[in-house]
Every structure is written in C-alpha cells, then in structure tokens.
Design a protein around this ligand. Structure first.
Ligand code: ZN
Length: 236
C-alpha cells in the first residue's frame, strides 16, 4: 500500500467498500495529501464507487474548495471528511459508509459496543450524531465533530458511519470491524442475550489484534479478494 498513490488509495478503498456492500451510489473515501496538510483526495460526485479509477479522484482544500477549478465536483458530503481533517491533525484517512447493520443501532438507539473479538476496539459505545440529514455545511461538520470528539468512529443517525484513521488501512479495517461487530451484536441480541465483551476482555483482545501486522493482513486480504473477483482491475 505504501507504494500506492493517494488517488489509487481512494479508488481502491471505494471498490473494496462497494464489494462489501458498505458503499454504492453513496459512501466515499478520502486521504490527506502527504505533501500538503490542507489538501484532501476524495471521490468525485458522480462516479460509481464500484467503477471509480485513480484518474477520477479530485482534490479539495479543507475549506471544501476545489484545487483545480475545472475538475469535476467532489461528493456532496465532502464536509464529513474535511471537518475531521480540520479538527484532527493526526488523521490522514476518512471513510464515510452506509453500513446496513451498524446503522440500525443508530436508529434503535441501542449502544453499539464490543461484542465480538474483531470489534474489541469498540470498548466504549460508538458515539451517535443525532442529525440524519445530508451533511454539507461547515456548521454541520463542526456539530458532527462535537459528537465524534477524539473517537475514530461515529454513527450518523439513520444514515451511516464515519471512520477516521492515521492511514487508510486503519480506517478501512475499523470500518469492516464496525459492521462485523454490529452483525454479531444484532444476532446475539435476537437469540436473547448479547453478552458483550467486558472492558477487560476488550482491552486484552485489542492488544493482540489491533497491531500493524493484523491491519496489513486485513487490507491485503480484501485487496486480494477484490482482485480475484473482478472488483479491482489488473491495471488501472
Ligand atoms: Zn452519507
């Protein structure tokens, strides 16, 4: 991944999210420019998440202004991304998805918490931003950040999820774990008793699973799967 360009990272992440049913006509990925903290690489508005290519990726500033005025428009909710980058200098990648199961928790008001080993990183309830509207203004972005605070994951009520990471692999793995954990918590509760992880269990498991080599493994697995199944082309 370290040899992928920012444009390749954004295109690849979109295709993986599409493959996993977490993005379709909506949902998007961004990375902060490695050479300019004030610039973000992000989806254009109109290209399907399943067919996006590096050449489609656009650049905007943290004020949501296009770097190239002639470039296609970015996604309508670019503010979700730029709000995170403005407020969190350590964050270099943001994913906004519409995960079907995790989003249910934002509708029901049930706390989404560590319930499965791969969700041990959610040792505290995932915060919820209680405004389901399309998030397009700076004011809304700042309100969203009040709900998110220093956390790397957020649910937007009846809408979707926002996940931030120091790099794209981390944001992607966290996004996958959020939905996988939600799946297990949901079905355990249908069976009658969601015995979620204790804080001690969650901390212990996180120490052994949230490591660079594990995060690399997750990313590499999904890239491989996407290549095998035609979601990623052999060449851009
Ligand atoms: Zn959205």
């Amino acid at each position: 991944m370290s040899n992928m360009t920012p444009e390749e990272l954004v295109a690849t992440a979109n295709r993986l999210l599409y493959m996993e049913g977490l993005a379709d006509t909506a949902g998007h990925a961004s990375v902060r420019s490695p050479t300019d903290d004030n610039v973000v690489y992000i989806n254009p508005f109109s290209v399907s998440r399943g067919e996006i290519r590096p050449k489609d990726v656009v650049k905007i500033t943290l004020d949501n202004e296009p770097v190239d005025p002639d470039a296609p428009d970015p996604v309508a909710e670019a503010e979700i991304h730029t709000a995170v980058y403005r407020n969190r200098p350590e964050i270099n990648a943001v994913l906004h998805t519409h995960p079907p199961i995790a989003t249910l928790f934002s509708i029901s008001g049930t706390d989404l918490v560590a319930a499965f080993t791969r969700g041990a990183i959610f040792d505290r309830p995932v915060p919820v931003y209680n405004r389901p509207d399309l998030l397009t203004t700076r004011e809304e972005g700042e309100l969203m950040m009040e709900a998110m605070g220093e956390r790397d994951e957020l649910l937007i009520k009846a809408h979707g999820a926002v996940v931030a990471g120091e790099d794209l692999k981390r944001a992607f793995t966290r996004t996958m774990y959020l939905e996988i954990n939600a799946y297990h918590q949901l079905y355990a509760s249908i069976l009658g008793n969601a015995n979620t992880l204790t804080p001690e269990e969650a901390e212990r498991i996180t120490e052994t699973t949230w490591r660079q080599r594990s995060i690399d493994k997750v990313w590499n697995h999904y890239v491989w799967e996407a290549s095998q199944n035609g979601y990623l082309p052999d060449e851009w």
